[in-house]
Design a protein around this ligand. Structure first.
Ligand SMILES: [Zn+2]
Length: 174
């Protein structure tokens, strides 16, 4: 497999020179080289590190501010952390750096946009928010969706979670 070439943000097929994206050249069908997808345990490790890192500031905000304001402030902090770092050129949170992974756009293999990072994070927030009313059924539903999302990479070749799939992102090895 020869290397895909990139110029001015476009990728060109190494075989026929056509503008290419995805896993196969649309013009000649050649298999295009892609960054190796991260394994499942690296993804889990990155998430655990990020959660541990955010635990103290999140707990402090929830303890110091009135409950609704504290929740909003904690959400803003976590959203800023995820979106600013993942939409940056490295595509890495602290957890990703330690785990040797980064988040990339599946169509370009390059950095993701703020919009993609927002979708990625927003999906997780949306199902996590089901725990807020403190109803056992909704909390169980949030847990079920969360588990499905986390396990989904084990069942597809691109190793994508549901939130990756919706945001058109992929987690790759550095
Ligand atoms: Zn081609």
């Amino acid at each position: 497999m020869s290397r895909i070439t990139r110029e001015n943000g476009r990728m060109y097929c190494p075989t026929c020179g056509a503008i290419a994206s995805g896993t196969h050249c649309g013009a000649c069908g050649a298999v295009l080289e892609r960054a190796p997808r991260s394994g499942w345990w690296r993804r889990v490790a990155a998430t655990v590190v990020d959660n541990l890192l955010l635990l103290i500031p999140t707990t402090a905000l929830l303890a110091l501010l009135p409950s609704a304001l504290g929740t909003l402030a904690a959400l803003a902090l976590q959203g800023a952390y995820q979106i600013v770092l993942l939409a940056g050129p490295r595509g890495q949170t602290v957890g990703n750096r330690l785990a040797g992974t980064r988040v990339r756009s599946i169509s370009t293999d390059g950095p993701i946009t703020v919009r993609q990072a927002s979708w990625r994070w927003g999906i997780v927030v949306a199902y996590s928010a089901l725990t807020l009313p403190n109803r056992p059924l909704l909390t169980a539903l949030a847990g079920g969706i969360g588990l499905f999302d986390v396990l989904f990479p084990l069942a597809n070749a691109e190793r994508q979670t549901i939130h990756d799939r919706i945001a058109a992102t992929v987690v790759v090895r550095v």
